[in-house]
Ligand binder design. Structure first.
Ligand SMILES: [Zn+2]
Length: 431
């Protein structure tokens, strides 16, 4: 299979939405209709031609429908993505644009992890070749081999952040952190060079075989994030100038903790955690990720934070592709792997979630998906993306009959996106 087989098919639809009927059914639907759209559809990989046509007819937006809502935004920024390496990288990287995103903050948990600046820069070059109009921001994996000197060098090469993983907790985290104190000299250097610390904020679970229990160590995936929050606070108190992002907040307690910290601490919120609760992943590996989705009240708190206009919260999808067979526990140790793949539908999912609480308006979506993350990361101030290089807009439409594709890629590396086969908003790019 060539790379071209993985690339989204590009269709130009100049007249589909040029409505001269003037009979829009809602006041919203006439907005932005006299536009030509560059439509990109994720293709199903190596399916036969007839299968492709069949899936296209059910998965693509229907040109005979008028959108119920149309929202135009600048391109979004996704401050937490997993793009992997090898063929998986080739499959998923071209889908960034499908999700309305033109800037991504790339996680370093490859095998082996990205722990030196040169490797990170070389990785960005590979990604850039796969999605030329996307801006890729490089990170390092917090590891004992990283020293204050590494940080000085990283700053010179344009590394934006360092990600810490608690050991053994999620995908490729065997090299992760056991204790944070040993990294205080590194954190001081990061603070001095204004490099961001990204934290996967969970404590490892109490070992299952420890049936007698350990005092004060009663930890499972349900309270792993809440148990971590004191560590976040202590790192922040120790390094008040160090910019810290608590990644993928999943609890009301995490939202409160981020709010309680100073302006140097922010939190990312994923798209899928705006939909899921415990019941969803309990019997569905495709909804299973770390941190796991929690209670309905936690989900409500995340939705409220994301749509509140508080600049401390912005989009980081934590889109994490795994082969379908690995999610189904059919590879390796018969267990499922943690991660939900949302990349091709990043902004569409947020719009749909915000719509459920009556918050899918242009300003609210733009702040959460486009603005607050860029502000926190000082994208403009530091020149992290070339100003004026990308003047495109994204156009979101509700009610176009589009469905999430069933899978992306093919064979053993096929990936099933979040909410495969379900209704989704439509997203197009406008030059
Ligand atoms: Zn992640």
């Amino acid at each position: 299979m060539t790379l071209k087989d993985h690339l989204p098919h590009v269709h130009l639809h100049g007249s589909d939405h040029e409505s001269d009927k003037g009979t829009a059914e809602s006041g919203e639907s006439s907005k932005g209709t006299k536009k030509s759209f560059l439509r990109r559809i994720v293709s199903g990989g190596s399916k036969s031609e007839s299968e492709n046509e069949e899936s296209a007819s059910t998965e693509r937006p229907r040109s005979d429908l008028e959108p119920e809502i149309v929202i135009e935004l600048p391109p979004a920024a996704d401050f937490h993505v997993h793009l992997r390496d090898g063929s998986m990288m080739e499959t998923v990287t071209p889908t960034i644009e499908n999700g309305g995103v033109n800037l991504v903050y790339v996680m370093p948990n490859l095998v082996p992890p990205v722990t030196d600046p040169e490797t990170a820069i070389a990785y960005m070059a590979k990604l850039q070749a796969l999605s030329p109009r996307t801006t890729f921001l490089p990170t390092l994996y917090l590891h004992p081999s990283i020293t204050p000197e590494t940080i000085a060098h990283a700053a010179k090469l344009g590394i934006v952040g360092v990600k810490s993983y608690p050991r053994g907790l999620t995908t490729n985290s065997d090299s992760g952190v056991l204790s944070y104190e040993q990294f205080y000299p590194v954190f001081q250097a990061m603070s001095d060079y204004d490099i961001v610390l990204n934290i996967h904020g969970e404590c490892p679970s109490t070992p299952a075989e420890d049936v007698a229990g350990i005092e004060d160590q009663d930890i499972t995936i349900l309270n792993a994030e809440a148990k971590f929050l004191p560590t976040l606070l202590s790192i922040h108190q120790q390094f008040p100038k160090l910019r810290i992002v608590l990644e993928h907040c999943t609890t009301a307690a995490a939202v409160e903790a981020v709010r309680a910290c100073g302006p140097t601490v922010a939190g990312t919120i994923t798209a899928h955690h705006l939909f899921l609760t415990i019941d969803n992943w309990a019997d569905d590996p495709f909804c299973f990720c770390k941190p796991v989705a929690k209670l309905p009240a936690d989900r409500a708190s995340l939705l409220a934070a994301a749509s509140s206009g508080d600049p401390k919260f912005f989009l980081g999808t934590d889109s994490a592709p795994h082969p379908k067979i690995a999610k189904q526990g059919r590879s390796g140790n018969n267990k499922t792997v943690a991660g939900v793949f949302t990349q091709p539908y990043a902004v569409q999912l947020v719009a749909e979630a915000f719509d459920k609480v009556g918050m899918a308006d242009q300003e609210t979506l733009e702040r959460f998906c486009c603005k607050f993350g860029r502000d926190f990361y000082k994208v403009k101030e530091k020149g992290l993306e070339v100003e004026g290089k990308d003047t495109r807009k994204i156009v979101l439409m509700k009610g176009m009959g589009e469905k999430v594709v069933k899978e992306i890629g093919s064979g053993d590396s096929a990936v099933v996106p979040f909410r495969a086969g379900e209704d989704t908003w439509t997203l197009t790019w406008k030059e």
